[in-house]
Design a protein around this ligand. Structure first.
Ligand SMILES: C[S@@+](CC[C@H](N)C(=O)[O-])C[C@H]1O[C@@H](n2cnc3c(N)ncnc32)[C@H](O)[C@@H]1O
Length: 452
């Protein structure tokens, strides 16, 4: 291993060397208190957490526990630079804490905003009923699910993709739902309806239901749009009601004062220096999920991106990203890249770009945290083409170069239903259990670092 830092400098700053970090990780045992294995789907999907599926999302219990441990006085500001569907954000506002963050994924932004914005339950109930009756046609003698006078709203520029994923009938019915949603004047209600719409797209399409990745199933009997929408709206309505019961009155009255969310890059947080008490986040994994592809049904129907390829390039961990003139600061990351270069120069470049990007995110966490504040990065290791990708160890080392002191490493088992456990060794992508030949993330780590 090439050492980039002098031992004296390390000691002076109480930094752990790469070897010390590797030893530390070797000796940590799984902490079963952090596996939350006893929680059922109804617990992990409580409140608004069941509004929308999202790959690799947190379970709320993990965030609750970190907040309990590190914000014990019950006040403060929580930030998540990769908020995804907003698990950290919802948890923070449910306790009356300020919540800020970013996600580059436009659909994540919509979901996170809707999930963390409580709506007065009676008003929401009336709005949902009104919406459902506007979609329907009730005549003197007959009643049809879709009013023939409603002109379907179908984003023309994505029509090829829509035809690829949807039958003609589903396309028309979804288009009618979208038209009626677009006529809603109250933005918080419109966004609520859009999240429901986005969630049902998968079951209404011919996307293989049990697959996270885009795969067609031509024999699929797609769910009828109206029924799927009504069922999901009713379930979201119950979630909102339960959320309203726990959210402090001040948040219910003015959610905007507590929320600061931006569809933006993780390296550019919408908050001032030294203003955050706790960062709780899970970063993307290198070349595992292409989030832009996974959410393409929502992206095309809600018309969220002008150019899908350019959109994808902005995602950290994507296979499209390479740098000519930047290298990671972490020695452990450099070792992984060097080893991978022997097997696949292309993949080595992607991994290198991932670690470069993540170092800049750590710098940003350091900027926004106040002194005494902590960041908690949830990350797992993996193996690609026979090379161990020591994400967690490299993160632990790299956080030090952004100015943090390594505070704690928690090793936890992953609840099997939430994260995929298998990878295809050749491509490195997540795979269904049947096709996979490599373990992906049987455990993951929470790397906790302190800004002194
Ligand atoms: C593991 S997921 C986070 C899931 C989240 N903890 C939750 O509970 O839903 C990682 C997220 O990073 C986002 N992401 C990827 N590149 C990004 C970037 N450059 N800036 C901000 N977010 C990004 C992805 O869209 C994805 O939502």
């Amino acid at each position: 291993m090439v050492h980039l830092l002098d031992d004296k400098v390390r000691l002076q700053h109480q930094m752990k060397s790469p070897e010390e970090i590797l030893r530390l990780f070797d000796t940590i045992a799984v902490d079963s208190d952090w596996s939350f294995a006893e929680y059922r789907r109804s617990d992990t999907g409580k409140w608004t957490h069941g509004y929308h599926r999202y790959p690799a999302k947190f379970i709320p219990q993990l965030v609750e526990r970190l907040i309990d441990e590190y914000l014990s006085n019950g006040a403060g500001h929580v930030n998540d630079p990769f908020y995804g569907c907003g698990t950290t954000i919802v948890t923070a506002v449910s306790r009356g804490l300020l919540a800020s963050g970013t996600d580059i994924n436009e659909i994540a932004n919509l979901i996170a905003k809707v999930k963390s914005t409580p709506i007065q339950p009676d008003y929401l109930g009336r709005k949902i009923d009104q919406f459902l009756s506007r979609v329907m046609h009730v005549g003197l003698t007959e009643r049809t699910l879709f009013d023939s006078r409603v002109e379907p709203l179908i984003p023309e520029r994505h029509i090829e993709k829509i035809d690829y994923w949807f039958t003609e009938q589903s396309k028309i019915e979804l288009g009618k739902l979208l038209r009626v949603i677009s006529q809603e004047d109250d933005i918080s209600i419109r966004d609520f309806l859009l999240v429901a719409f986005s969630h049902i797209l998968k079951s209404c399409s011919i996307w293989l239901q049990r697959s996270t990745k885009p795969t067609r199933d031509r024999k699929k009997n797609a769910t009828k749009a109206y029924h799927a929408m009504r069922r999901h709206l009713k379930s979201m309505q119950r979630g909102n009601e339960a959320f309203c019961d726990v959210v402090p009155a001040e948040v219910r009255d003015s959610p905007d004062k507590y929320l600061n969310l931006e569809a933006n890059d993780a390296r550019s947080q919408p908050v001032a220096d030294n203003s955050v008490d706790l960062v709780v986040t899970s970063s993307p994994y290198v070349t595992s999920y292409e989030y832009a592809d996974l959410h393409q049904l929502s992206t095309i129907w809600l018309d969220l991106a002008d150019d899908l390829t350019e959109y994808k390039k902005q995602f950290i961990g994507t296979s499209l990203k390479k740098y000519q003139n930047k290298t990671p600061r972490s020695e452990l990351a450099l070792d992984v890249v060097a080893e991978m270069r022997q097997r696949s120069p292309k993949l080595a470049k992607e991994i290198e770009a991932f670690f470069v990007d993540m170092q800049e995110v750590f710098d940003e966490s350091f900027r926004v945290l106040r002194s005494g504040g902590r960041c908690c990065y949830v990350i797992g290791d993996t193996r690609l083409k026979g090379v161990d990708i020591l994400n967690a160890e490299a993160f632990a080392e790299a956080l030090q170069y952004s100015g943090f002191r390594l505070d704690r490493i928690i090793k936890r088992e992953i609840p099997s239903k939430v994260l995929p456990q298998k990878r295809d060794e050749k491509t490195g992508r997540f795979a269904s259990r049947n096709n996979a030949n490599s373990e992906a993330y049987p455990v993951e780590y929470i790397v906790v670092a302190l800004k002194e």
